[in-house]
Design a protein around this ligand. Structure first.
Ligand SMILES: NC(=O)c1ccc[n+]([C@@H]2O[C@H](COP(=O)([O-])OP(=O)(O)OC[C@H]3O[C@@H](n4cnc5c(N)ncnc54)[C@H](O)[C@@H]3O)[C@@H](O)[C@H]2O)c1
Length: 255
């Protein structure tokens, strides 16, 4: 798929932030959109604002994902593009934080793919965009559960792309750094120090996604600098880690 015009699209976590901007932009480009969010009022409001269908509920647990995909198929006929966008950023690293991060940031994608793939493989096409994060390519100081589960989400998206590209399945990983949303505003001052200067708007992310769909490359990088940082991490890991630790020291000094 190079354009979403006419496509049946689902966006999870679309009651706010990046997901809401994607839903509105896809609708403006002529897609038929299903807006999911745990927050039913927010999903309804975004859906109304862009002529989409609201499908409130959990997009992470097995039952929630199955219900969402069934509702979306009723509304759309078939799902052409599924955006696994819902995510959580936990500041603490207790057992509940790790568990929630694993369910929403990783298993939601696994469960959606498991239910979408059989029909997509049968018809020879299907498109999954996983909202990961630059934290999945690099790291996010201040949150181990976020960093680790975003790496896992990237690993799953890579595995899907490597396994199914020849059967018509397109998988892309959206990996922004800071984006001005309630999630960024809600987390620690560390995030503001690390991401504040380069944070972009949700509309800029939507622009990058539309361009990324047209280009078809696996990584969608709304902050182009991330490609350079990712290469630096791979080619000189120790230097990259020293740089990240310097940033941690700056964060601690400011806090
Ligand atoms: N904001 C950033 O700086 C940033 C940067 C990189 C990646 N991301 C990723 O972008 C995605 C969207 O984040 P955002 O910044 O727009 O956050 P946001 O908090 O504005 O929106 C996230 C939405 O997801 C919903 N949600 C959470 N768990 C859900 C679930 N189980 N089922 C359905 N909906 C659920 C929330 O209710 C919320 O409306 C996340 O995956 C996040 O990790 C954000």
């Amino acid at each position: 798929m190079q354009s979403v015009a006419g496509a049946g699209v689902v966006v999870t976590g679309a009651g706010s932030g990046i997901g809401a901007a994607l839903a509105r932009r896809f609708a403006a480009e002529g897609a038929r959109v299903v807006v999911n969010d745990l927050n039913a009022a927010a999903a309804g409001e975004v859906a109304r604002s862009c002529g989409a269908t609201a499908a409130p509920g959990d997009a992470a647990g097995e039952e929630g994902v199955a219900a969402l995909i069934a509702t979306a198929r009723d509304a759309l006929g078939e799902i052409d593009l599924f955006c696994a966008n819902a995510g959580v950023a936990c500041e603490q690293d207790g057992e509940p934080d790790w568990a929630a991060s694993w369910q929403v940031n990783v298993m939601a994608h696994v469960r959606a793919a498991r239910l979408l793939l059989p029909r997509w493989l049968e018809r020879g096409n299907g498109h999954l965009i996983c909202t990961v994060s630059a934290a999945g390519l690099l790291t996010m100081l201040g949150s181990a559960p976020y960093s680790v589960t975003k790496h896992a989400a990237l690993g799953f998206a890579e595995w899907l792309a490597a396994s199914y590209a020849h059967r018509g399945i397109t998988v892309q990983a959206l990996c922004p750094m800071g984006v001005r949303t309630p999630m960024l505003n809600g987390i620690s001052p560390a995030a503001e120090i690390i991401l504040g200067e380069t944070a972009i708007t949700v509309e800029e992310v939507a622009d990058a996604v539309i361009a990324g769909i047209a280009a078809g490359s696996f990584l969608i990088l709304p902050h182009p600098d991330v490609a350079r940082m990712y290469a630096g991490r791979a080619t000189d890991t120790d230097r990259w880690l020293r740089g990240m630790n310097k940033l941690q020291i700056r964060v601690e000094a400011a806090g």
